[in-house]
Design a protein around this ligand. Structure first.
Ligand code: F6P
Length: 541
């Protein structure tokens, strides 16, 4: 592809940035009376208001032109056709097949992958139904009461997020825990009050070689056997979710108790594959299907809607505008839905492991910024912590507010209060408070500068009627596709993650040095050598 910064649309966007440099959101709203209705979209149950972004019709038009010049349509088609668009790992990228309808046909290397997806879903459903009904019992005949998912990254963040998001739909007599960190206290605290006879472990790992997960899985096996004293108990208390049957068998889990997926599912795009087994156990097969339907609805929208009305495409392009033309370094995600408390953490892996890259598909160094730093916390909690900086700090921080109209809990008045806060925050960020307004409140002159809000801080708001499994699926698919679109424009491989490898390799070498019986000869830099020596000398064994 031609250098992105040389594309006509990119150059025009730079002129729009200069044109709008001194234009405030206040003025944009004054100039377009219907702005709050005009810059909105509805898709798959979600309503997007992007009117408080620092854009006008010409900017949107040019962003859409940029998508065309980057060949977005062809890249979307390539994804759906099973082309190996993860070029560095030579893999297809087909998370959309995980929620395809039975009648759909999606091919990888000439073979339709949809029947395999539905076969695994059927096995998951049969298993989940037995556990939820108390028919799958532990080694001593007790009913399973606790499910512990062991996994990390995509094998943890999606399942945790979905469990927290859909708690209202869970079978409350089943208790779910998630162990990810190699820090042994994670496993210890998650299991210290559990009865092994009532506990089911899901070892979730695409590769089944991940250091943290395997260490925790070994700890789980030892913990279980210390109590049940019988190797055959493993079969009743361990299931695996993986693409690697050989390693699963080597670990000692019967592959009859393994739920598979495929190398065309990236770890951070896998929460709706068998990696979502804990989700299905928690909410049941029907609600899991409703979640898949939500994913599918957003997939259909993304794949078939013209870009001008396409929710993931527009949000992605606005993100590009904010990062590459307005100079934003971060993107905040602020759910005003307590159940979505883990959504920002989930999004961090999705967006930053995907688009935290600095070479193009051809291996050339990029000449522009790529992924924003994604972060966030639920509102209103964040308002009492970091919002000060978002309102009055020196940095531009675009925000995605996420809210729902009907609460799932019983305290409806509090929901109105919650949503009032959401709307108030986006209004305050956009329009601020001028010095004259501050003076008119009787503020002494010396205090005026401190109480002024500049405004002109961009945000979008996403609203759904309520947080259902369908709404969650659609929301996740929205951000999956947004991530892909941004990667296409930046011309990077959004589906590999080489940047996590070096640390893994060095940790292996360092671990051997740390546990060595006699003082090892260290050949790191002087800082790392000294840290290892101090640790060895101080560590009480
Ligand atoms: O370290 C990064 C990573 O490879 C992620 O991409 C992945 O989600 C995570 O590790 C866990 O991998 P696995 O599911 O193979 O254990």
């Amino acid at each position: 592809m031609t250098d992105l910064t040389q594309l006509p649309a990119w150059r025009t966007l730079a002129t729009h940035r200069d044109r709008l440099r001194d234009t405030q959101l206040r003025e944009l709203f004054a100039a377009e009376a219907q702005r709050g209705e005009k810059y909105t979209l509805d898709a798959a149950g979600w309503y997007l208001d992007y009117s408080k972004q620092r854009i006008d019709a010409a900017v949107v038009q040019t962003l859409l032109q940029l998508a065309d010049e980057c060949g977005l349509r062809a890249r979307i088609d390539a994804m759906w056709h099973g082309d190996k668009i993860n070029i560095t790992e030579k893999r297809a990228v087909l998370h959309v097949a995980l929620r395809a309808r039975k009648a759909q046909r999606i091919e990888v290397d000439g073979a339709d992958v949809v029947p395999g997806v539905h076969a695994v879903l059927a096995r998951m459903a049969a298993f989940a139904t037995r556990v939820r009904a108390g028919e799958w019992t532990g080694h001593t005949g007790k009913r399973i009461r606790h499910v512990v998912n062991i996994g990390i990254g995509g094998s943890d963040l999606g399942p945790v997020m979905a469990y927290e998001a859909l708690r209202a739909y869970t079978q409350r007599d089943l208790d779910f825990r998630f162990v990810s960190n190699v820090d042994g206290t994670d496993f210890f605290e998650a299991t210290r009050d559990l009865d092994p006879g009532e506990t089911l472990f899901i070892v979730a790992s695409k590769t089944f070689t991940t250091q943290e997960t395997m260490a925790n899985a070994r700890a789980a096996r030892a913990w279980l056997l210390a109590s049940l004293q019988d190797e055959s108990a493993i079969a009743k208390h361990f299931v695996a979710v993986s693409t690697n049957a050989a390693e699963v068998a080597k670990f000692g889990i019967d592959t009859a108790n393994m739920f598979g997926f495929w190398d065309w599912v990236g770890g951070r795009y896998s929460m709706d594959s068998a990696i979502g087994l804990s989700t299905m156990l928690a909410i049941g097969p029907e609600q899991f299907q409703a979640m898949l339907d939500g994913f599918h609805a957003m997939d259909e929208h993304f794949c078939s809607t013209p870009f001008a009305q396409n929710l993931p495409v527009l949000m992605a392009l606005i993100g590009i505008w904010n990062v590459n033309f307005l100079g934003a370094h971060t993107q905040a995600v602020l759910p005003y839905v307590q159940y979505l408390k883990r959504f920002p953490a989930y999004l961090q892996q999705l967006t930053m492991e995907s688009n935290g890259k600095s070479v193009t598909l051809d291996g050339a160094r990029v000449g522009y910024d790529t992924s924003a730093i994604w972060w966030g916390e639920p509102g209103t909690n964040g308002q009492h912590s970091f919002y000060q900086l978002v309102h009055q700090g020196t940095r531009l921080i675009p925000c995605d507010f996420i809210g729902v109209c009907d609460p799932l809990g019983p305290l409806h008045d509090q929901h109105d209060l919650l949503m009032a806060n959401l709307f108030a925050q986006s209004e305050a960020l956009a329009f601020g408070k001028t010095a004259d307004q501050v003076r008119a409140e009787g503020t002494p002159e010396w205090l005026v500068p401190h109480r002024v809000f500049d405004g002109n801080r961009p945000s979008s708001t996403l609203l759904a009627p309520r947080l259902t499994p369908h709404a969650l699926g659609a929301l996740v698919a929205l951000y999956e596709h947004l991530t892909f679109v941004q990667g296409v424009v930046w011309n990077i491989d959004s589906f590999d993650q080489w940047g996590v490898e070096l640390g893994k390799q060095l940790a292996q070498r360092t671990y051997a040095e740390i546990i060595a019986g006699s003082e090892p000869a260290l050949a790191h830099d002087s800082s790392t050598n000294a840290l290892i020596r101090r640790y060895r000398a101080t560590r009480a064994r």
